[in-house]
Design a protein around this ligand. Structure first.
Ligand code: AMP
Ligand code: GLY
Length: 424
């Protein structure tokens, strides 16, 4: 079977790396891919195409299964277009993907189906939003409605910061141009990423994970797309796992079916767990997390292609996933200037040679002239290692990182600190 992976980040490199190990798979094509997928002779990069061209190309190439990485493709309706041509694809429809692409849709959905989430209100007018912030006080969270690649959320510590966020997200005049913000209560606790695979009915949970969204050690600095992740997340005890399935995932999947839009593909619930073990849903994503996917797939022992094909065909049935019991941990190397204005075009050297239980997944990299590896995006690489525990996996990932040179490169040294017993 020929498999197509859409996207070019670290998540897609990890997906392609895992899929190509399946005995069912003859070739994995990645569009557009990156410098890492280009260097792997088992993978083939394909230039990015407009949706109608992509559908024709996939038919012509006899692609047996397509796996969608980023939400942008889902928002464009790639799943609807592939299905209309009888092509097997893993992902939600354009309408179902609103769970991620519209914060106000997601919040109304959660309220309608009794899924625990922070109290909120939606605004299109600046003055009404400002009044609400004054009435509520800080801390408070301001979210832009619509896809913002992780940049549309401001966790404001002060009223002033919240007001500034509103001013930046809502135009002063012409409030009816479609801009909207969700303003919600600020939740406290520990976050976890809870991902499942759905075939419209059956839900198959993946291993748990935790992401580190802040740029710098000690969870300081601006929010990013994720500077590192590890799996499993010990905060998700078996009891909490059952609770998240019961209170968040099952109502979401059943709710989508009730709303006439059965959910297919990966569903990612970002949850906040407080000291009383109460779970609140921060967000839904309609895709796998990046960088969570990198450590999660390092632990997956099952044949990913077989499971994804079953999901695409609506017959997950009683599929189970087999996980390495060890911990996997990924440390992201980001470019100078990330997350505000990432510098691109810097040369990357010193990548480690093949080693057991260590993979350096590429994200924003390209092969320049003469095959020289260069940075091409904010998050550049994710060094991911398996270890006996989080501290051990982190030590191995950091060892790999120390050998890599990228001018101005930034990475955290404390990924997984909670699982490593608080050691940074
Ligand atoms: P989102 O894209 O909605 O998940 O928001 C991105 C990040 O902002 C989350 O991972 C949290 O760290 C933080 N965040 C979002 N909503 C809240 C909230 N209601 N309370 C506290 N932190 C939040
Ligand atoms: N790492 C967070 C996300 O993929 O949304």
């Amino acid at each position: 079977m020929r498999v197509l992976v859409l996207g070019g980040g670290g998540r897609e490199h990890a997906l392609a790396w895992k899929l190509v190990q399946s005995p069912m798979v003859s070739q994995v094509l990645v569009s557009p891919g990156n410098g890492g997928t280009a260097a792997d002779e088992r993978l083939t990069n394909v230039p990015e195409m407009a949706l109608p061209d992509l559908v024709q190309w996939a038919k012509h190439q006899r692609i047996g299964l397509t796996v969608v990485g980023p939400e942008a493709w889902l928002a464009r309706g790639v799943v609807d277009a592939f299905r209309a041509e009888g092509l097997a694809i893993v992902g939600p429809t354009q309408r179902a993907a609103q769970l991620e692409t519209s914060k106000s849709y997601a919040k109304a959905f959660m309220q309608r189906h009794g899924i625990p989430t922070a109290a909120y209100q939606t605004f299109t007018e600046r003055q009404a939003a400002r009044d609400y912030i004054h009435a509520q006080g800080a801390p408070i969270v301001v979210k832009a409605d619509g896809l913002a690649a992780g940049k549309g959320v401001v966790v404001a510590a002060s009223v002033d910061e919240a007001l500034q966020a509103v001013d930046a997200m809502l135009p002063e005049l012409n409030p009816n141009q479609g801009a909207r913000v969700v303003i919600e209560a600020c939740l406290q606790g520990e976050e976890a990423s809870f991902m499942v695979l759905c075939d419209g009915e059956t839900v198959l949970p993946l291993a748990t994970s935790q992401d580190h969204k802040r740029l710098s050690d000690g969870d300081q600095g601006p929010n990013t797309g994720g500077m590192g992740a590890y799996s499993p997340a010990p905060v998700v005890t078996p009891e909490l796992h059952a609770r998240i399935m019961r209170e968040v995932i099952k109502p979401a999947v059943q709710g989508m079916a009730k709303d006439g839009e059965p959910y297919t593909g990966f569903l990612y619930a970002g949850v906040m767990i407080d000291a009383q073990q109460t779970v609140h849903t921060l967000e839904f994503n309609c895709r796998l997390g990046d960088p969570e996917t990198q450590p999660i797939l390092m632990r997956l022992r099952s044949d990913l292609a077989a499971v994804l094909l079953a999901a695409a065909k609506g017959c997950l049935g009683d599929a189970e996933l087999d996980w390495d019991t060890r911990c996997a941990l990924g440390v992201v190397l980001a470019a100078a200037g990330y997350p505000q204005a990432a510098r691109v075009g810097d040369v990357i050297t010193g990548l480690p040679g093949p080693q057991d239980d260590l993979e350096v997944f590429h994200a924003g990299t390209v092969r320049g002239e003469g095959g020289v590896l260069q940075s091409a995006g904010g998050r550049v690489l994710c060094a991911t290692a398996l270890g006996a525990n989080a501290a051990d996996a982190r030590r191995r990932a950091l060892e790999a990182m120390q050998g890599i040179t990228l001018e101005g490169g930034q990475y955290r040294r404390d990924i997984g600190w909670r699982a490593a017993g608080g050691k940074r």
